[in-house]
Ligand binder design. Structure first.
Ligand SMILES: [Zn+2]
Length: 307
């Protein structure tokens, strides 16, 4: 019966039924790190071809919006334990599929798969606890409205800055955490040892010149890192911090309609119930999407905490 409903739902959206292998995934959403890691790894290996065939922004976004609406309703009725709706289950499958697709096109080590046990991903946070993070800035005209919105709603956040951007512009980060996201956003895996070292030291030097004290956290560009990069981080007294709620605010398809970025982020938070949100303070739509999202979170019982 459930498979029939799923089929009707998906054909209603104009897409094919998911492959039979998704059943286990649909019934076991990624609730714990171990499950999430294993899930992503299995998906990476087994479902790439299927994901490539099915993956498309319209299909994906429809699911996000449907899931978001239904789970907001469910969360309102049962604040402690909202049941995962049928479309929620489809969303879980689609989300995992998206992870597999991103893993394929972007990085050997997708951000949401923990590579070392001491990495911070977001799964470690208590239930209904959320941290916000902003990457790739600072950028004049975008970082400041984001800071103002965070201050207005009393929301803490971490800004993962690029050394080269700090050299051009340095806003007033008073009250917020600032940490390194490398000097120039290189894919660390592609660098030789000297260049990798410079990504850390040049950013530290620039932060000093800008009068900033950096938190001992590091976010690898693209989430792209392996053992060598983690060892280098450790040498500099840095801990790797990733995310598990990707707003995808950098995607043209997400930016195309106001509200999409906020509702995708909300959908993921309702699905995971805890985590680290990734946004970018270089994208023009991000300040407005953040302002849309923040007032909803306390209403849904989320606690917003510093790193
Ligand atoms: Zn980045």
């Amino acid at each position: 019966m459930r498979r029939l409903l799923l089929f009707i739902l998906l054909t209603g959206l104009g897409v094919a039924e998911p492959p039979a292998q998704w059943d286990g995934l649909v019934n076991n959403p990624p609730a714990t790190p171990a499950v999430a890691d294993g899930l992503s790894l299995r998906l990476n290996e087994a479902y790439e071809a299927e994901v490539t065939r099915l993956g498309g922004p319209a299909w994906w976004l429809e699911l996000v919006h449907r899931h978001c609406r239904e789970n907001i309703r469910a969360a309102g009725a049962h604040p402690e334990a909202p049941p995962l709706s049928q479309s929620g289950r489809v969303f879980v499958a689609a989300y995992a599929a998206e992870q597999a697709r991103l893993a394929k096109i972007q990085s050997r080590y997708p951000s949401e798969v923990r590579w070392a046990s001491d990495e911070v991903v977001g799964w470690e946070l208590p239930d209904r606890t959320v941290q916000f993070s902003f990457d790739d800035g600072p950028k004049s005209g975008i970082t400041e409205p984001i800071l103002a919105t965070l201050r207005r709603f009393h929301v803490p956040a971490t800004f993962f800055v690029l050394g080269r951007s700090l050299a051009i512009y340095s806003p007033d980060y008073t009250g917020f955490a600032v940490a390194s996201h490398s000097y120039d956003h290189a894919n660390l895996l592609s660098l030789n040892a000297a260049a990798l070292e410079a990504e850390f030291t040049d950013t530290e030097s620039q932060a000093r010149r800008s009068g900033l004290k950096l938190l001992r956290l590091f976010r690898a560009p693209y989430g792209s890192r392996a053992q060598r990069e983690l060892t280098a981080m450790k040498k500099h007294g840095l801990r790797s911090m990733l995310w598990n709620v990707d707003s995808q605010d950098w995607q043209a398809a997400m930016q195309a309609r106001p509200g999409r970025i906020a509702s995708r982020t909300l959908a993921l938070l309702l699905l995971h119930r805890h985590g680290i949100v990734l946004m970018h303070d270089v994208q023009p739509q991000t300040p407005a999407e953040l302002a849309r999202l923040l007032p909803l979170l306390p209403q849904l019982g989320f606690k917003l905490t510093p790193p």
